[in-house]
Design a binder for this molecule. Structure first.
Ligand code: 5GP
Ligand code: ZN
Length: 140
């Protein structure tokens, strides 16, 4: 997708509106248009990158630097007691907008949002095999 077709680039460029809450040299945070909870916001790099697979490390560092400040403000403003930070990569994960973004989703005890994945367990030897494969992939 070109940056001219990208909805988040349009928000960054100001051609479509958004409820912006924080801006730095590298990052913009704004409220998600369809929140999972009040205060659900998105933290995006101001430069278009598709996702976590193609973001330069220095841009990722600048993008994530506001997390502590943003998280504290979200908890204070919404009276939430926790939050989920979510980053979807690829259609199979649910990524719909192919401009890198982190979701920050405030959570309150007893909210009906839910969060439960069916965790598994490795058959004998499979964890070790996968660890070795990953270390190989990372270049030893
Ligand atoms: P994804 O599924 O790609 O991780 O999440 C994309 C998010 O972007 C969704 O939660 C969706 O509600 C949000 N979104 C999509 N279009 C717009 C928009 O025009 N404005 C805002 N503020 N959020 C948007
Ligand atoms: Zn973009």
């Amino acid at each position: 997708m070109s940056t001219t077709d990208c909805v988040f680039c349009k928000i960054i460029g100001g051609s479509i509106p958004a409820l912006k809450i924080l801006e730095t040299a590298d990052a913009l945070a704004f409220l998600d248009i369809n929140p999972l909870a009040p205060g659900h916001c998105l933290l995006v790099p101001k430069r278009h990158v598709q996702g976590i697979l193609d973001v330069p490390a220095d841009l990722l560092a600048g993008l994530t630097a506001p997390f502590p400040k943003l998280a504290k403000a979200l908890l204070q403003a919404t009276q939430a007691s926790g939050l989920n930070i979510l980053q979807n990569t690829g259609e199979s994960s649910g990524q719909a907008v192919f401009h890198l973004h982190f979701h920050l989703i405030p959570r309150i005890d007893g909210d009906k949002l839910g969060y439960r994945w069916n965790a598994g367990a490795y058959p004998s030897g499979e964890g070790e095999r996968l660890r070795d494969r990953l270390i190989d992939e990372l270049g030893g």
